[in-house]
Design a binder for this molecule. Structure first.
Ligand code: ZN
Ligand code: ZN
Length: 327
């Protein structure tokens, strides 16, 4: 009988933790560096490979078998039908090429997880749920054993933590971790115990229709901006009105970011005197270059990232922020 998952009642946490440790000590960073395709790929019939073990042996640490994609989430796998290793083209032009790139990505991910390099984690080419499971496997004191944004946003909602659907997985994990740190009944728990608690306490998210978020403050601010625009045609704004409107745009943008920098995805570095997380409003296409002072062209950044955008304005960051601002 397969082990119970951490999300199921009666899951044996001690056993899950033991198995996790065994896996991580079998696949240290050094071992991963020398991994062969046989050591890695699922589908060969062997149970002794990285992907099979991650998926099946470690089922307690969460189920990453998605409804779609099959084994392709691992980039390279053995196809019984074709009798050979097959690979996802995005990783390379040959099986060997693809496998070596995946192996490099694995090492990069492990390193990024260790030093909380959220940008590299975000840019990792490893499939989402595989990526987050690996992080939780290797760093159980930093990352939660919940990988799906549907589950995470459900728990944020239940715990009364503001979260946007489409929010980045690690951002929601961090929000739940912050919540843990400020709630006595869960404060002392390990992250594994905490995840089991969340499922036990709040239940599982409903399968169908996505959870609707009620965000009164954000709605209020958006309405203020709309009302302002209703009263003041944009073409005739005085300097004072323009400033007033800018303040409203910035307020909407910051509220929308919920205290997390939209570039590095880390929490604001400090709170201002009003107790609000300190972030700065940045226009993706700069106003000085003709960019619009509108919420779809603005994001909330931590001071470091804001400085970075003004010094470098790297195209990859610009493209990423444009996506974020549209959500
Ligand atoms: Zn930042
Ligand atoms: Zn700026």
């Amino acid at each position: 009988m397969p082990d119970k998952k951490i999300s199921e009642s009666g899951a044996n946490l001690a056993q899950i933790e033991n198995k996790r440790r065994e896996f991580v000590s079998d696949y240290t960073r050094d071992v991963l560096q020398n991994l062969t395709i046989e050591d890695y790929a699922i589908g060969t019939g062997s149970k002794d490979n990285f992907c099979y073990r991650l998926e099946h042996e470690q089922i307690g640490m969460g189920d990453i078998r998605g409804a779609f994609a099959g084994s392709s989430r691992y980039g390279v796998w053995f196809s019984k039908d074709e009798g050979q290793y097959v690979y996802s083209k995005k990783f390379g032009d040959t099986v060997d090429d693809a496998f070596h790139n995946i192996r490099d990505e694995l090492i990069k991910l492990i390193d990024a997880g260790e030093c909380d390099d959220y940008i590299s984690i975000r840019d990792s080419r490893i499939a989402n749920n595989v990526r987050y499971k690996i992080l939780a496997m290797y760093y159980p004191r930093k990352y939660l054993t919940i990988y799906s944004d549907r589950h995470l946003s459900y728990f944020c909602d239940k715990a009364g933590i503001p979260a946007v659907s489409g929010d980045y997985v690690l951002v929601m994990q961090r929000k739940l971790i912050q919540w843990k740190e400020t709630h006595d009944e869960v404060k002392e728990m390990s992250y594994l115990e905490y995840v089991a608690f969340l499922y036990h306490h709040f239940g599982h998210p409903p399968k169908a229709d996505p959870i609707k978020k009620d965000k009164p403050h954000l709605k209020e601010l958006k309405k203020k901006l709309k009302d302002f625009d209703g009263k003041h045609p944009k073409k005739t704004l005085t300097e004072v009105e323009r400033t007033e409107r800018s303040v409203l745009v910035a307020a909407v943008v910051k509220e929308r970011a919920e205290g997390i920098c939209q570039l590095c995805n880390k929490p604001a570095p400090f709170y201002n005197k009003k107790g609000e997380p300190y972030l700065e409003c940045h226009h993706i296409v700069w106003i000085a270059r003709g960019g619009a002072d509108e919420v779809y062209n603005a994001v909330a950044l931590c001071p470091n990232c804001h400085r970075k955008m003004h010094l470098l304005d790297e195209p990859a960051d610009v493209a990423y922020l444009k996506k974020v601002a549209k959500q």
